[in-house]
Design a protein around this ligand. Structure first.
Ligand code: PBG
Ligand code: ZN
Length: 323
């Protein structure tokens, strides 16, 4: 067998496997998503996202400090307001849950990069990501409200706003609105290749943002359409996005790989709530080892091309990979 290439030599000891390892995880790769809700005195555990909470804005500094101590560079904030209306007005209120949480985190853990999710679905009574008229989600009317929301998040101190709505032209409109408000230092992380996925189930329960009629297929990308994901990334970069994202991560590794080859911008991936829930649920039943499964998934997301990953496993994984 001398002609055979003996690849097993490279796997022969733990030390050698570490030396030749092509992909390494570190806490530097993780961003922790956080939910902040109005009307709570205490944090409230989330049944569909074990290990996560809805936080009162005034207490979210506790978990932000924990993330910072574990070496996690950033957090992504989602707000759940006390009152929802047709136009999602609480999204751009100076004292809205997201805005208060941003200020709290900036004072508790000033070293963290704060990303604010910029969308209306958590704030609208109908649960759609935009302004609805005659059963239709309007594009340009939504973009105006998103731009106002981004400005109010940036004024509260967000380092990045992160539009997750999938309306056309929102990145450019947000960029222009930030610049004309004197907020040119605030970045835009665009949810660019965001698909109409079944994997958002647990999140919608947590954020109370499931649409009350219809679905999100007229604005999120149809799962079979990978090229649309790439076109969306290209368009968002042209409109001024600083960071682009693929979401979900696991079923869209092909897009992470293609986007990494094609574009020079930082590339983020969102390891979404349903992906986390599948691992948690299987681990609870003893069907998979949670640590191995979670780290394998996160490694694959990075191997495919992501520079960093929004993940509900951030706190646990940061501790695991620091060992
Ligand atoms: C809202 C939003 C969603 C997620 C992030 N921002 C849900 C959706 O689009 O329905 C999903 C995150 C997750 O599942 O972890 N626009
Ligand atoms: Zn939304």
């Amino acid at each position: 067998m001398t002609e055979t290439r003996r690849l097993r030599r490279l796997r022969s000891s733990p030390a050698l496997r570490r030396l030749v390892s092509e992909t390494r995880l570190s806490p530097d790769r993780f961003v922790l998503p956080l939910f902040v809700a109005d009307g709570l005195a205490e944090e409230e555990p989330l049944a569909s996202l074990p290990g996560h909470y809805r936080w009162p804005a005034e207490r979210v500094g506790v978990v932000a400090k924990e993330a910072e101590a574990l070496g996690i560079p950033g957090v992504l904030i989602f707000g759940i307001p006390a009152v929802k209306d047709e136009r999602g007005s609480a999204a751009h209120a100076a004292d809205g849950p997201t805005q208060r949480a941003i200020r709290e985190i900036k004072s508790a853990a000033p070293g963290l990069v704060v990303f604010a999710d910029t969308c209306l679905c958590e704030y609208t009574s109908h649960g759609h990501c935009g302004i609805v008229e005659d059963g239709e989600v309007l594009n340009d009317a939504t973009v105006e409200v998103l731009a106002a929301t981004a400005v109010s998040q940036a004024e509260a101190g967000a380092d990045f706003v992160a539009p997750s709505d999938m309306m056309d032209g929102r990145v450019g409109a947000i960029r222009r609105a930030l610049d004309s408000a004197g907020l040119s230092g605030t970045g835009v992380m665009a949810y660019s290749a965001k698909f109409a996925s079944a994997m958002y189930g647990p999140f919608r329960e947590v954020a109370e943002c499931a649409p009350s009629f219809g679905d999100r297929r007229s604005y999120q990308i149809d799962p079979p359409d990978g090229r649309q994901g790439l076109a969306s990334i290209e368009r968002d970069l042209a409109e001024g996005a600083d960071i682009v994202m693929v979401k979900p991560a696991l079923a869209y590794l092909d897009l992470l790989h293609a986007a990494r080859q094609r574009f020079d911008a930082p590339l983020a991936a969102y390891n979404v709530s349903g992906e986390y829930a599948m691992v948690k649920a299987a681990a609870e039943r003893g069907w998979m080892d949670e640590q191995r499964a979670a780290l394998e998934i996160l490694t694959a997301i990075v191997r495919a091309g992501a520079d960093f990953v929004m993940t509900y496993h951030a706190l646990e994984a940061a501790a695991w990979v620091a060992l």
